[in-house]
Write a protein that binds this ligand. Sequence first.
Ligand SMILES: O=P(O)(O)OC[C@H]1O[C@](O)(CO)[C@@H](O)[C@@H]1O
Ligand SMILES: [Fe+2]
Length: 189
Amino acid sequence: MEYKKPMGVDIDLETGVIPGAKKLVRRLSDLKGYFQDEEAYAELLKENPVVYEVYAVEQEAKDGDLNFATTVLHPGKVGKEFFFTKGHYHSKADRAEIYYGIKGRGGMLLQTPEGRAEWIEMRPGTVVYVPPYWAHRTVNTGDEPFVFLAVYPADAGHDYGSIAEKGFSKLVVEENGEVRVVDNPKWKE
Ligand SMILES: O=P(O)(O)OC[C@H]1O[C@](O)(CO)[C@@H](O)[C@@H]1O
Ligand SMILES: [Fe+2]
């Protein structure tokens, strides 16, 4: 039996960086079609800001192993909608996941394949359990970077398709200076 070597790494709790991790950057241009307000999207696209960065430590996609990653989700809005991660189901849909809030303010939108949505607020110290079969997207509702850790089965995979096409049944927007979770007018089952 070949045993893997255990490891410990220190997340920089200010920046969210995991030393030695694989870095992925998603700019606004990577989120084409995701936001409601197409005019506001086109306007902000001139700057094409970084929406989020992911620092991932991933293993071979085998049953029983675990990956972990931090995400630094920047503050911002497209029209009334707060910046968010793409959101996905797992390719192996029954795989669960754990998130842990490190810095900043935000929350997670979760959704069943039938479109039943849940919103869970996150702050530093919040643990979110993502049950099997739920799509999940994080949203930065604050004015500083929202940093969190995710731990997920190495064989979970990412299924972006249906969220990229249809989005979530709820939107997280700012209205009169308040964070509101409202129905997505374009949602169709
Ligand atoms: O994969 P998305 O939806 O762009 O969101 C990024 C975050 O979600 C994860 O894919 C885990 O669910 C992480 O890699 C990262 O924390
Ligand atoms: Fe996930």
